[in-house]
Design a protein around this ligand. Structure first.
Ligand code: PEP
Ligand code: MG
Length: 907
């Protein structure tokens, strides 16, 4: 058996090897082989990382020898040895996972510097300042990421040095100051860890690789993976690359460039350039940057060259690329490229433009759209005509307008959001440690940093509106407030930000619908915009080519209209329970519950029937020619009665006080009536109502109830038909566990429908089916299919009953379950394929074996989740049904599933 190869030179890889070399390593290899100017280096594989993790943080056998061999080859290419005192080779040690996880893992630059080689570097470059600045950066990064020193200690030391010298910026510290700072940093490391900074270059490299591997398992990386659905077992590669320096003076610099605008999709380069700086300065937002296009003013040749490379890369990858680059004394180096992250809005614009430009075909364009983020296109904007003076302007880093209360730490953002307060997280700049607060904020506002600062990158990735680098704002974190001129905004004060324009407002501005939302509701101007054209074109393609039909869950004519407008092809679930609400209806329902004779009960049904009928008429008219699945009543009847505890307390208090009138939930009634009601409520009380008298059990116990509903449905359909409409009626019986339940109910209810149809003399077909939402129903689907023409998977209840998790209470422990990886995702959001999914698959197979043309759909919440839609496609459902709002998502996901690849696969 040949030994595993753990290390690859850049010449040995290519862009398709990202699972082995990580995204960064694979693309560095690709660029090297394209002949682009990439500093030499090599990649230690993700496989080595996984072996390291599996062995309890031990490098796999042979890996270090391989690293040594590749290092020697690198030294030969560069004509210098790592850390050699007279003329040191310095390397960067960077993480690089198969999927981009910006800033979530560790990086160490300038490895190879020590007390001796710093002098060599100074001599070689002729700059003491540069050498000592490089050394202090190594100590800072190494100290923090490898040795675990609190990063703030270094920042504080820098602040002290600047303060002592009376300067504002890091660049104003001279070589003497930096020399002193190096001593201070070394002392901090020794104080904090009890160990000295390792002087030996090989040891620095080894510890650096170890730290990067270890950082795969740090908390923020784990959080990021969970949120972005990235598997935990992929591991990260480590890229060891010879250093080039952007901090060698004014003819040097560093930047990040996107080949197109990642915020709005414009086909023009976009990014930041920071003269005389190293890469981490851009991302950390330490200093405000130049706009990329202004780089031409300071580095005209490198700028020309960069633009040419951008065009080459975009043609090669056929997508928008994001590039990290450094200019070292006028010479351009590319340090990284990847397919750039972008807003959902930009994603649609770019796909549309690239299709028009002939760079990609239409299915490639459709596959590139992230169905999960489609809803972002409908993000709010500040209402037109709103008169407000911006208090500051920053960069429009992530689109969408947001309103919230100002908070100043990530922990506060989390705490406030968890108690239901909308917040805007205000920071000077964010760091990866703020991630947990950022993702819970309505919006993010920073006073420093460019369009590629950490805040901007995370916000865009998460679809959170953000304004960055609003430098008029002075954030006072300890004081929990910010100042703009003479204005102070304190914690809890309302702030509005506009991530489309970069403007910041005091107070709570009114927000309005996005251009696409306006276009959809018929606004002629909005319909001329490119985003609308892109939306129409790609959604039309999705509809033309998908196999799964998409219906909506809608209970009213209004919801039905919304659903159609969003492209629904029918109603997959019309829950009838809302039709029992409203004062008049609740009174009738109560009469039904209290009825002591069949006649009294019938009187109550007679009162309800016309109201129900009118509801159905509205829905059938709206859905003309499209199927409507009406589900007979499901919830336990006590839901129509007052709360047991409230009522008991009110009755007790009234009788104690000798009052003869009781108030319950705003309703007054005589004490005697309230006592009778309480007795009934007590009588009907269930310990486990979710497993109690609900669904078809209700229909069996109260036969008149379902008969009344069936009569109302069929009468409504006959009426619409008689008026020239085309209602397509499917009656769905919920919560079946056995074939017999369904068979008996059909026997009772079908004659009711037949009689109405006969009396009205119209031709109407009614399909009868059931929900599969209990494990027993799934397991006996073959028998149930004998008496059902269709199945609709009620995956909310099916998940509840398969796991035994209460769908209403899972919030109490779901977080911990996800954290400990006891479930891969919230099973109420994404179908649990091995369990719930398996039951569904079995039910499909056995159901179809018993009835060849059994129609199959899903109406649980999962019907609008792209991963679940793909699964539904795979197991051969005919349609998915979801909330009207998610219909476009499901349409797109259905097409992507049919293309054999889901959006998540391209992440
Ligand atoms: C379900 O259980 O998945 C379902 C759609 O029904 P409900 O949510 O109304 O129980
Ligand atoms: Mg259900």
């Amino acid at each position: 058996m040949t030994a595993t190869k753990y290390v690859y030179d850049f010449e040995e890889g290519n862009k398709d090897m990202k699972f082995l070399l990580g995204g960064k390593g694979a693309n560095l290899a690709e660029m090297t082989n394209m002949g682009l100017p990439v500093p030499h280096g090599f990649t230690v594989t993700c496989e080595a990382c996984n072996a390291f993790r599996a062995a309890g943080r031990q490098f796999p056998d042979g890996m270090l020898d391989e690293v040594g061999g590749h290092l020697r080859a690198l030294e030969q290419k560069m004509g210098r040895r790592l850390g050699e005192p007279a003329d040191p080779l310095l390397v960067s040690v960077r993480s690089g996972a198969p999927f981009s996880m910006p800033g979530m893992m560790d990086t160490v630059l300038n490895v190879g510097l020590n007390d001796e080689s710093v002098e060599g570097l100074a001599k070689q470059t002729g700059s003491q300042r540069f050498a000592w600045d490089s050394y202090r950066r190594l100590l800072q990064m190494f100290g923090k990421t490898v040795m675990g020193v609190d990063g703030d200690r270094f920042e504080e030391a820098i602040e002290e040095a600047k303060h002592a010298k009376g300067v504002q910026n890091d660049v104003d510290l001279d070589d003497g100051d930096l020399h002193t700072l190096v001593s201070r940093f070394k002392a901090i490391i020794a104080e904090d860890t009890g160990r000295d900074f390792p002087q030996e270059p090989q040891e620095q490299l080894r510890l650096g690789i170890q730290a990067v591997f270890g950082s795969w398992d740090n908390k923020r990386a784990i959080d990021y993976r969970r949120r972005n659905k990235i598997r935990d077992d992929l591991g990260t590669a480590v890229n060891v690359q010879s250093m080039v320096f952007g901090n060698k003076g004014d003819d040097s610099g560093t930047g990040v460039a996107f080949t197109r605008n990642p915020a709005n999709g414009d086909p023009t380069p976009y990014g930041d350039y920071l003269p005389n700086a190293q890469g981490e300065d851009v991302v950390a937002g330490i200093r405000n940057t130049l706009k990329l296009e202004d780089m031409g003013k300071v580095q005209p040749r490198a700028w020309e060259e960069l633009q040419a490379h951008m065009r080459t890369l975009e043609r090669h990858y056929r997508d928008m690329c994001d590039i990290e680059f450094t200019v070292e004394q006028g010479k351009l180096w590319l340090l990284q490229t990847r397919i750039g992250k972008r807003t959902a809005f930009a994603e649609w614009i770019m796909a549309f433009d690239m299709l028009e430009e002939g760079l990609i075909d239409v299915d490639t364009a459709v596959l590139r759209l992230d169905a999960d983020r489609l809803e972002e296109l409908f993000k709010k904007v500040i209402a037109e005509g709103t008169k407000a003076e911006a208090i500051a302007t920053g960069l429009n880093a992530s689109p969408g307008a947001a309103v919230g209360k100002a908070v100043f730490t990530a922990d506060d953002a989390q705490a406030w959001a968890e108690r239901g307060e909308p917040v805007i997280l205000v920071r000077r700049e964010t760091t990866p440690d703020d991630y947990h607060g950022m993702i819970r904020s309505q919006g993010i506002l920073t006073s420093a940093g460019g369009t590629n600062s950490h805040a901007a990158v995370v916000a865009r990735g998460e679809g959170i509106p953000a304004v960055c680098g609003a430098d008029a704002i002075h954030v006072d974190r300890p004081g929990k407030r910010f100042k703009v001129g003479s204005l102070t905004v304190s914690e809890g004060d309302w702030v509005t930000i506009d991530g489309f324009t970069g403007k910041v407002y005091q107070g709570q501005l009114e927000l309005a619908d996005s251009p696409i939302e306006r276009a959809r509701s018929g606004d002629a101007e909005a319909r001329k915009e490119k985003i609308w054209k892109a939306y129409e074109r790609f959604m039309a393609r999705a509809d033309e080519m998908r196999r799964l039909r998409v219906r909506a869950n809608a209970d009213t004519a209004q919801q039905a209209a919304n659903a159609i407008e969003r492209g629904a092809e029918g109603i997959g679930l019309c829950r009838t329970e809302h039709m029992f609400l409203g004062e008049e209806r609740v009174a009738a329902v109560r009469k039904m519950i209290f009825a002591s004779t069949a006649d009294e009960e019938q009187t109550a049904y007679d009162a309800l029937a016309p109201l129900q009928r009118e509801d159905f008429v509205g829905i059938f008219k709206e859905m003309d020619g499209k199927p409507v699945t009406v589900r007979l009543l499901d919830p336990p009847l006590h839901e129509f009665l007052p709360d047991q505890v409230d009522l008991a307390v009110a009755v007790a208090l009234a009788s104690q006080a000798g009052a003869d009138d009781v108030e319950v939930g705003g309703e007054h009634m005589p004490l005697a009536e309230a006592e009778e009601l309480l007795a009934k409520v007590n009588d009907m009380h269930e310990v486990n109502p979710m497993l109690g008298l609900r669904g078809l059990r209700l229909g069996i116990v109260k036969p008149g109830l379902y008969a009344m509903q069936v009569r109302a449905i069929v009468e409504a359909a006959c009426k619409v038909k008689a008026e020239g409409g085309n209602p397509i009626v499917e009656i769905m019986i919920p919560l079946a566990a056995t074939r017999e339940e369904l068979a008996q109910l059909r026997e009772e209810l079908e004659p009711v429908a037949r009689q109405v149809i006969g009396d009205r003399g119209v031709e109407l077909l009614v399909a009868w089916g059931t929900m599969i939402e209990l494990p027993r129903a799934a397991l006996t689907a073959g028998e149930i299919a004998e008496v059902a023409e269709f199945f609709s998977f009620g995956t909310n209840d099916l998940t509840q009953t398969t796991f035994g998790f209460s769908r209403d209470d899972i919030g109490k422990f779901l977080g911990m379950y996800e954290e400990r990886k006891l479930v891969p995702a919230n099973p109420f959001v994404t179908i649990d394929q091995p369990g719930v999914g398996r039951l569904m698959q079995l039910a499909c197979e056995e159901g179809r074996a018993a009835r060849e043309h059994l129609h199959l759909g899903i109406c649980g919440e999962h019907g609008g989740d792209p991963d679940s839609v793909r699964f539904c496609h795979e197991i051969g459902l005919d349609y998915v049904s979801c909330s009207p709002f998610r219909v476009p998502t499901a349409r797109l996901a259905a097409r992507q599933a049919a293309l054999g690849e889901a959006s998540s696969a391209s992440k």
